[in-house]
Design a protein. Structure first.
Ligand code: ADP
Ligand code: MG
Length: 465
């Protein structure tokens, strides 16, 4: 491009630049992508920021999506026509309203209106952009739920209806549901995927009843292609809401629309939910998410620091993964805290600073699981008496469970070796260390021991969360 040409382009309006960019964007991204994602954008004429190319997106979802996927291409291409553009700013302007309704980035995940179902166009208002399949780390405890979610997201017609995901708090149910929604939006932007917490469902329903608008409430819900209701245990004991949910559910399933439900328990264990509904909920595929394993926790921490482009010593991550076993939300919170602390005081993260910053979290994770719990569980598992485990007996049928219990005490609590020794009938710390090492050395080759320990860990973590 020669200087004269460039000069004349420099005086182009934003609108002009955008029109000139169109063929280049199509060339780079393809016609279909351009049509789905870029065509709905418009130029923000009111922007007065000189070096910023200001655009409106018609929904929050579009905005997040453009930023995540097309920001760089757009910037590169508009710069060809106006080299001094240094950034792109995207605001949300809901088209149907005449007065420009510009949304602030900070409120990206707070509902726009009181009634979530009023957002006819923006079904994604309740979705978290970080909750995608790409950001979901798969391990033994969640692989079934993950695979089921993937299948449902990818298939055109419902394969399993409903998909019912269940598991304890903070184990990734909401994350998986949002991931399904994002995936469907990416594949078929026109599909209407509605995600609601059971609480929002109830709230909207009550609103509708109050304003004598129940008919349109029903219509709105029955017009979606995919309906997701999160934490359905919430409607336990709320009979009218349950009844309504039951009808909505049946109507959608009858029309061959996908329904996805989550709860903290399996359908049959749900409390104060009618038997008809319970049985209906288990018609499709029921997938549970188990408590996390150490490997999964470590994997999640590693993936998180990669995304944040942070450098945290592996020993710190291992420490967190072994000590914070309650759930992933707490684990993420702990990582964020130590990173924030280190950034704030400008020093690198050490094991000591981690212990200090996370004192309360570590203590509460500790409290959940005591050495007594472990001794009881392990003795029961191997069918020996706790008193024998704590004695000085050295027969094989006693020493193996004792080693396992010591090993688990080290892995799953924050107790020191001497403390553990004391709890095992006053043994000294070297004998605890010996037991821990012994188990560690056997684990790689002894499949049965490995499985015993996995089972014990699972049931210990279940029993205390
Ligand atoms: P639930 O709905 O089961 O209570 P969430 O889906 O809200 O749990 O998950 C809690 C937090 O843990 C979220 O920040 C989520 O992103 C994160 N998380 C859960 N499972 C995973 C996973 N497998 N990989 C990465 N992050 C996860
Ligand atoms: Mg949740």
């Amino acid at each position: 491009m020669n200087t004269a040409e460039k000069l004349s382009l420099d005086s182009l309006s934003s609108q002009g630049i955008w029109e000139k960019s169109k063929p280049l964007l199509i060339e780079e991204l393809g016609e279909a992508t351009y049509k789905s994602w870029l065509e709905p954008l418009s130029i923000n004429q009111n922007s007065e920021m000189l070096q910023t190319f200001a655009i409106f997106a018609p929904s929050r979802f579009m905005k997040d999506w453009i930023i995540a996927n097309y920001h760089d291409v757009i910037l590169r291409i508009v710069q060809k026509f106006q080299s001094n553009i240094s950034s792109i700013k995207i605001d949300v302007q809901v088209k149907k309203e005449s007065s420009a309704k510009v949304e602030n980035n900070l409120h990206a995940f707070t509902p726009k209106t009181e009634d979530p179902l009023d957002q006819k166009e923006d079904y994604t208002a309740f979705l978290d952009v970080r909750y995608t399949f790409e950001h979901f780390v798969v391990g033994k405890s969640n692989e079934l739920a993950y695979a089921a979610a993937m299948r449902v997201a990818e298939s055109e017609k419902p394969l399993y209806n409903p998909l019912f995901l269940h598991g304890g708090v903070g184990l990734g149910k909401t994350h998986l549901m949002h991931a399904i929604a994002w995936h469907i939006y990416k594949q078929s932007p026109k599909k209407r995927v509605l995600y609601l917490s059971a609480e929002k469902f109830m709230y909207s329903f009550i609103q509708a009843l109050r304003f004598k608008d129940a008919v349109s409430f029903k219509e709105k819900l029955r017009n979606v292609d995919v309906l997701m209701i999160d934490d359905v245990q919430f409607i336990g004991g709320k009979d009218t809401t349950q009844e309504e949910f039951f009808h909505t559910f049946n109507a959608l399933v009858d029309q061959n629309k996908q329904v996805i439900i989550s709860a903290d328990k399996s359908p049959s264990d749900l409390e104060k939910i009618g038997d008809r509904l319970k049985s209906r909920l288990s018609w499709g595929l029921v997938a549970d998410i188990h408590p996390t394993t150490y490997e999964l926790r470590l994997g999640i921490l590693q993936s998180k620091i990669e995304t944040m482009q942070m450098d945290v010593d592996i020993h710190i991550l291992e420490f967190l993964a072994s000590k914070i076993t309650s759930n992933i939300r707490e684990l993420e919170g702990a990582l964020n805290r130590i990173i924030a602390h280190a950034t704030l005081i400008g020093r690198s993260i050490t094991l000591d600073s981690t212990r200090e910053v996370l004192k309360d979290v570590l203590r509460s994770n500790d409290r959940r699981l005591t050495i007594d719990d472990i001794q009881r569980k392990v003795s029961g598992y191997y069918n020996i008496k706790v008193t024998d485990m704590l004695s000085a007996k050295r027969t094989q049928n006693i020493t193996r469970p004792r080693h396992v219990a010591m090993y688990l005490s080290k892995m799953l609590t924050t107790k020191s070796l001497p403390e553990i020794g004391r709890k095992f009938g006053g043994k000294d710390h070297t004998s605890v260390l010996h037991s821990v090492r012994k188990i560690e050395s056997l684990l790689p080759d002894d499949q049965m021991l490995f499985e015993d320990i996995e089972k014990l860990k699972k049931s210990l973590e279940l029993g205390c969360s």
